[in-house]
Design a protein around this ligand. Structure first.
Ligand SMILES: [Zn+2]
Length: 420
């Protein structure tokens, strides 16, 4: 897991040294941007400027801006060192007990402006709820100010096709992880992203991205998306936080396609090993090979019927759902503490993690889908969908959805991709 996760972090660690005086003015951005968001628009320019300065060392720059991400197992002093602060300066800042130092957590990006002697001029990071914390120098003391960050939201349009895994495809298309996870979630009732993906499946996505002073800060909501799986086209339009087809049908169904939580690690594993170990008919369940610890989620809302050890199933959870449906999750390494007999469970809620307890030759999840106590193949059972857009609101919905549908059409036809 650490190995897989470390790649983007390594990328983020690349030190960007920038001459403050030569900072480019942020350009004017169209409402719809098709420019790649990683690296952010400014950074390529900045790196070029740094090279130029290297060539003409006539007047050394007065200060530098450096950007570092706080790593897992990082220390505040390690971070300040990488930001270029002199030792005494870092010590003084650490002892200043400013809220910023206490707020450091893995993933936070800290920006510092440091002069040629390693003295800190200004330091900032974006905290929770868009709070921009800025530390400035006043003589030998530091002062910290917290304000709401002037974030700018841009709409991004991206498309890509699957070669190996969804994440490999979204990486290649410069789509952030947060958006890839949303795609898996939005289409999670129709597509099992662990088993159904085919080579040459395609996606198009329209999503929001937050920028601060020309740099990407984080990904936002998916506004519209298309997924072509095995020749079948699925489309989703965001309407009040739920996703509907352009015609107004709800994409949410009573059950998720996959009981495994989709993540970079589980998706990569599934593409290396075929997840179906045995023929369904013979064995009355679906087996998902996955690394030990991969999170298992309830595929539908329900009540816990059983949670504990049971013979060949090992650690097992059985959930009773609406109507005659029940689901079973076997060979679990552990069962989530909140999962107790007769307790309520929501669709998508984590109930445990993949293991190999009971009669299992390797780590995998054994999943059964039962109707009136009889195991059925979850892939062939038709399931009711959640509420569609109300009839009286349908005209307004379709009017709002129209421009997004146009964007999906353009992406699907490769028109927008050709502009990049
Ligand atoms: Zn099995």
């Amino acid at each position: 897991m650490a190995l897989l996760k470390s790649l983007p972090q390594v990328r983020a660690r690349l030190l960007r040294v920038v001459v403050l005086a030569a900072l480019p003015l942020t350009g004017v951005f169209a409402a719809i941007s098709t420019a790649p968001d990683t690296p952010p628009p400014g950074s390529a320019l900045m790196e070029n400027l740094a090279v130029d300065v290297g060539r003409s060392l006539v007047t050394p720059p007065a200060s530098y801006i450096r950007e570092e991400r706080y790593q897992r197992a990082d220390t505040p002093s390690g971070l300040l060192f990488r930001l270029g602060l002199a030792e005494g300066e870092a010590r003084r800042l650490l002892h200043s007990n400013l809220p910023l130092m206490r707020a450091l957590r893995p993933g936070l990006t800290v920006t510092a402006e440091v002069d040629a002697e390693g003295r800190l001029l200004r330091l900032s990071h974006l905290g929770l709820r868009d709070a921009l914390v800025t530390v400035t120098r006043h003589g030998e003391a530091f002062r910290s100010v917290e304000e709401r960050a002037p974030l700018e939201t841009r709409v991004m349009l991206r498309s890509g096709s699957i070669r190996s895994s969804l994440f490999a495809a979204t990486d290649a298309a410069n789509v952030p992880d947060g958006v890839a996870m949303q795609l898996a979630d939005i289409f999670g009732s129709d597509i099992d992203f662990h088993r159904d993906l085919r080579r040459n499946d395609r996606f198009s996505v329209v999503y929001e991205m937050s920028y601060l002073e020309g740099r990407t800060v984080r990904s936002g909501r998916v506004l519209a998306a298309e997924f072509v799986n095995n020749g079948r086209v699925y489309r989703a339009i965001n309407h009040g936080g739920s996703y509907y087809t352009p015609e107004g049908r709800n994409l949410r169904k009573a059950f998720l396609r996959s009981p495994l939580e989709f993540s970079r690690i589980s998706s990569g594993f599934a593409t290396r090993m075929h997840p179906i170990l045995r023929e369904w008919r013979a064995h009355r369940g679906v087996d998902y090979a996955a690394p030990v610890g991969t999170r298992v989620r309830a595929t539908g809302d329900g009540v816990v019927e059983f949670a504990g050890r049971q013979g060949g199933y090992g650690n097992v959870v059985i959930i009773r759902h609406h109507g005659q449906y029940s689901t079973l999750y076997g060979h679990l390494k552990g069962i989530a503490k909140a999962v107790r007999k007769d307790g309520r469970i929501a669709q998508g809620e984590a109930i445990g993690s993949v293991g190999q307890t009971g009669w299992a030759t390797g780590p995998h999840l054994h999943y059964e889908f039962r109707v009136a106590g009889v195991q059925r193949n979850p892939l062939t059972v038709a399931l009711p969908a959640a509420q569609p857009v109300a009839t009286h609101a349908l005209a307004a919905y379709q009017r709002d959805a129209a421009p997004l549908v146009v964007q999906l059409d353009l992406l699907a036809n490769g028109v927008l991709a050709a502009l990049e």
